[in-house]
Design a protein around this ligand. Structure first.
Ligand SMILES: Cc1ncc(COP(=O)(O)O)c(C=O)c1O
Length: 455
């Protein structure tokens, strides 16, 4: 489907009747009517029926240009033929075994070939599990249990890394003006809050001070150097080098959480920021559209999980870990995410952000686009976004973001609820131009109604 077809159903409403009635049924059997808060929005999301390349077709038959890509996990879009062939091939032999398969060796080798710091890997089934295992690994290696993480950064649904995931201006400072450890879920024990040191994403000096004070008590610093919830902005080189130095100085395990940001280069995100992590967590694109997670690192550190000489320092396993379907899909997907494909997709991302940024500037609207490689996010407001706090929307900006997302849906473009997106390899300049033109038009219209939202 090309640009003219994208425009053809502009007059239709964002969510069709079949999706509305599916949602009414789901509300009866699922709390909130959705399995994932992140894929839910009011009045209700469209329900997917199937996908084709960069398009998703909902159960009302609407074709949406998919920038959500199952939360950035589908680097080749939907139903990518080589991945389907690989999965079909694997599936006909059986779906899971209480034995290792050669497919797990192939995917671990593929990761090691991309980045020497991923010399060895253990697979699991989600990014959350990978982060959980990496932190346990860091504890086993250091004999310490506290960790440090950056304010507002998401690393999965695990008590310790959920600390300060969503603080607000009312509670985000402690009595010294440093980021406070803020409870995300009701009932999280105070001990968890005490054991998590929270770092500011865009204040290297304060990071250095906090780490100098807390460093020797830390098992790990976990960092995503291009964190989506912290604004989808690259971390500064200064901050990256502050944490790298602190980890070296105080014997802290540096965990790079590249669950999303692995896509930023052939080798992953860390080398782009001068980071030399001890452990790297990945998921999403390395599973080719099937569930996956992975912890990787140099053999001497990954030995913490090695059971072959008796009980390991840290156990890691799971019934469906390294299941052959995820392994086959992931291997094929990575093989097709070659250097030229990475470069092409990153150039398309540059083009997209340039066009959107210019469109906003020409229109004089107080909105910005951030991101890197094939990732982007739109923010409303006059200020520069450098991290979690500057990305934190006022209530008016939050409402506008919701309206922009819905208006984009009306334009047949699916963004995530916070107006972020990821490109996939089936996209070309045609789709990228469509996304940019529509976003600029929509933002101009929505912000035009709000006098404070122009520059
Ligand atoms: C940086 C990061 N880490 C971890 C996770 C958790 O991954 P999963 O949803 O596969 O559990 C996510 C999910 O979006 C993520 O973005």
């Amino acid at each position: 489907m090309k640009l003219d077809q994208v425009h053809s159903s502009e007059s239709r409403s964002a969510v069709g009747d079949s999706s509305k009635s599916a949602y009414a049924r789901e509300r009866k059997v699922v709390p909130g009517g959705s399995m994932r808060a992140a894929s839910w929005f009011q009045p209700n999301p469209p329900y997917a029926a199937r996908g084709e390349g960069c398009w998703v077709i909902d159960i009302d038959g609407r074709r949406l240009l998919d920038c959500a890509n199952n939360f950035f996990s589908l680097i080749h879009g939907h139903a990518y033929a080589p991945v389907l062939d690989a999965v079909r091939g694997a599936m006909t032999k059986g779906t899971a075994f209480g034995m290792p398969t050669e497919s797990e060796i192939l995917l671990a080798e593929a990761l090691a070939a991309r980045n020497p710091r991923m010399e060895q890997t253990r697979f699991c089934n989600s990014g959350t599990e990978a982060v959980l295992a990496a932190i346990k690994g860091a504890r086993g290696l250091t004999g310490r249990h506290r960790i440090a993480k950056f304010e507002g950064c998401y690393h999965g649904a695990y008590d310790w890394v959920e600390v300060s995931l969503d603080p607000t201006p009312a509670n985000w400072d402690d009595e010294n003006g440093n980021p406070a450890s803020v409870r995300c879920n009701a009932g999280t024990p105070d001990t968890v809050l005490r054991d998590v040191v929270v770092l500011p994403y865009d204040d290297p000096q304060r990071c250095a001070d906090i780490l100098r004070r807390e460093g020797t008590s830390l098992a790990a610093v976990i960092v995503d150097p291009h964190a989506s919830r912290a604004g989808t902005v690259p971390m500064s080189r200064e901050t990256a080098s502050v944490i790298q130095e602190a980890c070296r100085r105080d014997g802290i395990i540096l965990i790079a959480d590249e669950v999303i940001s692995f896509r930023l280069s052939y080798e992953g995100a860390s080398p782009l920021f001068g980071l030399e992590p001890d452990l790297i967590t990945t998921a999403k694109i390395i599973g080719g559209g099937l569930p996956i997670g992975a912890v990787s690192g140099r053999a001497n550190l990954m030995a913490v999980f090695d059971h072959s000489a008796g009980k390991p320092k840290v156990s890691m396993g799971g019934t469906f870990s390294a299941n052959p379907l995820s392994m086959a899909a992931g291997l094929t997907s990575l093989e097709h995410y070659s250097r030229p494909v990475v470069d092409r997709l990153n150039s398309l991302g540059d083009l997209l952000r340039t066009r959107i940024g210019k469109g906003f500037a020409d229109a004089g609207v107080a909105a910005t686009v951030t991101g890197m490689g094939s990732l982007f996010r739109v923010h409303v407001g006059p200020g520069k976004v450098t991290g979690y706090r500057s990305a934190f929307p006022t209530s008016e900006a939050g409402n506008l973001i919701r309206r922009i997302q819905l208006a984009m849906l009306d334009e047949n473009v699916l963004l995530t609820p916070n107006c972020s997106g990821a490109l996939s390899s089936p996209m070309t300049e045609v789709e990228v131009s469509a996304i940019a033109d529509k976003l600029v038009r929509v933002v101009r219209r929505e912000l035009g109604d709000h006098p404070g939202a122009t520059t």
